[in-house]
Structure formats: structure tokens, C-alpha cells
Design a protein around this ligand. Structure first.
Ligand code: GUN
Length: 294
């Protein structure tokens, strides 16, 4: 059996088209344009590429989109001042600070400074708390994209067993919370977990978010399972693959022979992240309209 490929690129495109239609309607009916501000500190090459894509896709969907590019040696106080200005700016509904931040800047201090209602990454502790107790609020973009693809592939996931490999704040933990909220039975595995292969073979849903190329082996996968590969690893040019080739955390060819459905890398989860960022920004704009503060 060869697994169905889950086409995240096409799903993300349809999601962005839906968002663009909603933005057009919001402009026509309420005269409001959703605004997204992205803050990039330093010149990490991967972050620059991500931020440029976020800016371009926001513009294409009709958003007001601004990017603040701050030097890598900027004082922490300057970053906090930028956030305070954006919190107070009525044209901005969503703020994203691209991570990682350079050494010397306390990421949590910066995240805590963002107004939780503008925190379209869903990283603020208030939003992590909302997610954990089932209150509405912005949900981290990558796990949100995973859930959209999962629901599109499986429909109801209630009662299914799910294994999340990785316990990061950005992906693993919120992913586990979302699966739990959808009534899956969730196991979180991490670097100290001893029986990964065995846990994998019991999982109807396997989410790999560890950042290690080809970490998940084919024989860890239950026949027919849905495998979501969140990893984006650029292989070392000295290794056996062509220079710069992108691979996920799953040994794709081996997994594909066992799984029922699997996301490829690239073209799986990756494109969903920005689509969900736009969705969170649109939702933040709509929430402000509903509370009457727009
Ligand atoms: N760096 C890598 N992924 C992300 C993300 O989803 N949000 C932010 N802010 N930074 C990131």
C-alpha cells in the first residue's frame, strides 16, 4: 500500500483564497482592513525568507502589512518600544515577532509585551492558557494548520490515538492540546522517551516535530495511520543528498509504504503555517469589530 499524499500547498492556497474573499467583504461592508505587523530582529537567513513570505502573502490576501526590520545588535528596550507602539496602533490587529531572537534579547519578555488579543502566533501565556482550558483565542499557526489537514483527511478524530513527538512551545505542546480538545487520546513523546517505536505502532495519528532529519522510521508507523511531518531540515551539502535538499523528520519513503496518508516535505505542513497566520489576523480583526472597539 502507498499512502495518500496530503497536499498542504493546495489546501493552504484554498485557505488563502477564502481569507482574501473575507477581507474584501470586510473592507466593503465595514471599511476595515486587517493589519499585520511582523518584527524581524537580526539577519538570520531562514528568518528573512520566512518574513518575506509572510509579508508577500499578507499583501496578496489584501491585508495592511508592515514589517519592522531591526538590527541584530538593537537594545531589548527598542524591541519592547516597537511592540508597545504596535499594541497602541489601531491599524494593526496582529503582531508577530519572528523567532529565534538574537542572544541578549529575552524572548519571553518580548512575547509577554504583546497584547494577547494581537498575539497572532498564540505564544503569549494568556493564549497558551486559553488553549489549555478550552477558551477561544489565537492558536499557534503550525499546529492549527496540522489540525486543519487532519480534519480534512480523517473527518472526526474523536477517540483516535495520537502520538506527538516533540514538546516545543511552538508546535508539540499546543498540538497535543488541540488533539485533546478534539477528543483524541494523546501521548507526548520527547528526547527521554524510551519506547518510541512501540508508541508509534499504536498511534492512529503521528505528528513528528523534533527537527531531526529522517528520525521517524517506517516500522514505527501503524499500518493505515495518518502521519504529519512538521520537520523542515536542510541536509548538509556534504551528505549523500543533493546540496540543500529539504527533508522532514520522517523517513518519507519508508513511512509512505505503511501509512494511510502522509504530508510531504516540502509542500505539506509548511505552507499551512502562513495561511493560519493570516487566518488568526483576520480573526483578531473580526473579534475587535465584535467587541465594538474598532
Ligand atoms: N520561527 C519559526 N516558526 C515560527 C513561528 O511560527 N512564529 C514565529 N514568530 N517565529 C517562528
Amino acid at each position: 500500500m502507498s499512502a495518500t499524499l496530503i497536499d498542504g500547498k493546495a489546501f493552504a492556497e484554498r485557505t488563502r483564497e477564502r481569507i482574501a474573499r473575507d477581507v474584501t467583504r470586510l473592507k466593503a461592508e465595514k471599511g476595515v482592513v486587517p493589519g499585520l505587523a511582523v518584527v524581524l530582529v537580526g539577519d538570520d537567513p531562514a528568518s528573512r525568507v520566512y518574513v518575506a513570505s509572510k509579508e508577500r502573502q499578507a499583501r496578496e490576501a489584501g491585508f495592511h502589512s508592515v514589517t519592522y526590520r531591526l538590527s541584530g545588535d538593537v537594545a531589548e528596550a527598542e524591541v519592547l518600544k516597537t511592540i508597545a507602539d504596535l499594541n497602541a496602533d489601531p491599524a494593526i490587529h496582529g503582531i508577530l515577532v519572528q523567532l529565534p531572537l538574537p542572544e541578549g534579547i529575552d524572548s519571553w519578555k518580548v512575547i509577554l509585551a504583546i497584547d494577547p488579543d494581537k498575539d497572532v502566533d498564540g505564544f503569549h501565556p494568556v493564549n497558551a492558557g486559553r488553549l489549555s482550558i478550552g477558551l477561544p483565542g489565537p492558536v499557534p499557526c503550525t499546529p492549527k494548520g496540522c489540525m486543519m489537514l487532519l480534519e480534512d483527511t480523517l473527518g472526526d478524530i474523536s477517540g483516535k490515538s495520537a502520538l506527538v513527538i516533540g514538546r516545543s512551545t511552538i508546535v508539540g505542546k499546543p498540538m497535543a492540546m488541540l488533539l485533546l480538545a478534539a477528543n483524541a487520546t494523546v501521548t507526548i513523546a520527547h528526547s527521554r522517551t524510551r519506547n518510541l517505536a512501540e508508541l508509534g505502532r499504536q498511534a492512529d495519528i503521528l505528528v513528528a516535530a523534533v527537527g531531526k532529519p529522517h528520525f521517524v522510521q517506517g516500522d514505527w508507523i501503524k499500518p493505515g495511520a495518518v502521519v504529519l511531518d512538521v520537520g523542515i531540515n536542510r541536509l548538509d551539502p556534504t551528505e549523500e543528498y543533493p546540496k540543500g535538499r529539504l527533508v522532514g523528520d520522517v523517513d518519507f519513503e519508508a513511512a509512505r509504504a505503511v501509512a494511510g496518508a502522509i504530508t510531504p516535505v516540502p509542500g505539506g505542513i509548511g505552507p499551512m503555517t502562513i495561511a493560519c497566520l493570516l487566518d488568526n489576523t483576520l480573526a483578531a480583526c473580526q473579534a475587535r469589530l465584535e467587541t465594538g472597539s474598532e
